[in-house]
Write a protein that binds this ligand. Sequence first.
Ligand code: NAP
Ligand code: MG
Length: 403
Amino acid sequence: MNRIPMKTPLVEMDGDEMTRILWQQIKEELILPFVDLKTDYYDLGLPEREKTRDQITTDAANAIKRYGVGVKCATITPNAQRVTEYSLTEMWKSPNGTIRAILDGTVFRAPILIDSVKPVVKTWKKPITIARHAYGDVYRATEYRVPEAGKAELVFTGEHGASFRKTIYDFECPGVLQGMYNKDSSIRSFAHSCFQYAISTRQDLWFSTKDTISKQYDHTFKDIFQAIFDTDYKAKFEELGLTYFYTLIDDAVARVIRSEGGYIWACKNYDGDVMSDMVSTAFGSLAMMTSVLVSPDGNFEYEAAHGTVTRHYYKYLQGEETSTNPMATIFAWSGALSKRGELDRLPELEAFGRKLEEASIETLDAGIMTKDLVGLAEGITPKAVTSIAFIREIRARLTAKLA
Ligand code: NAP
Ligand code: MG
């Protein structure tokens, strides 16, 4: 078989533990036999991050800026226990955090749906993608435990003379106090990423905050989104028949539950944190969640939403064949290759990504599954297989599709 050619390399970021094993198997069985793969490879596995003093992560992020599309394996975010386990000289930062900071991107999470695993919410037929603004608000707040009666004030002193001072509360007893912020530049990046991703995936965009209560803070988010939409994206949305709408978060929650799915729901940092866990749990399984980081200038990084599946890895090290679900990692590859194909105008490569996804879904529809899904499947008699057996079943279907 002639392998499908590529033009621009994909930025490939290898990772850790069980997902590193899956990464290799996916490449060998599902990519290399069919695609003349060109990658710019970065090993973000923890040993290499230690060796390069984490320079490798920065290099990888800059490569995504250069080439436009990356695919990333799950990686360990070190904690105290990992520092001992891997003899680290420093507790290196989360690679995802580093990459996100360099690309200034927004994370979009969407579930992979199959017929036999029904969402808890009966009306949901299509995926709901959550876009979380991953900067500021309560995650960067300054907090104070008020110990006694006293006056709390909000004070701002501008570099060029602007000033603001207002009483927050005259405490008559102990209490709590919190000061949080966000930046126009970050909100603007968030808005651009959301509009670009909506266009890229041909989906409507919803945005919700609590602007009726938060008349300055949340209202600023609403205004910035609207202004950017009107000047930069309205025409394109109209051309594609897409809708952007803003609504109060209470209303959004009610609409989401009654909807069929099939749109992007943009949320502020805290709302996105909470709502993405709710939506992903209601759709079924963490192993079926995909994740894309989109930068405001249109760079894409694809990955699985789950971690390195440590518990399975320790079993693997003891010689056990595990039944770890590779779906989200396969979809990271298919998404990245399709996007590369789209950008380089290589329809064959773009179609390959789609066919890989179809072959994966058809394997699950045939009841061939990893253990995590077997307990969730309805209306079929599922058969639990190992990861490698599952991947080979996908390969057989993919080979037939490409013939
Ligand atoms: P995890 O790797 O997502 O796994 C948590 C549990 O979820 C697993 O033990 C497993 O449950 C289930 N699970 C997740 N993915 C699965 C899959 N593909 N197939 C089957 N089951 C799956 O989270 P964690 O154990 O909290 O974190 C492990 C490491 O991953 C940590 O070092 C963390 O820093 C890192 N992490 C990385 C990323 C990233 O790179 N994006 C994200 C999150 C965490 P059972 O054990 O019940 O089978
Ligand atoms: Mg959370």
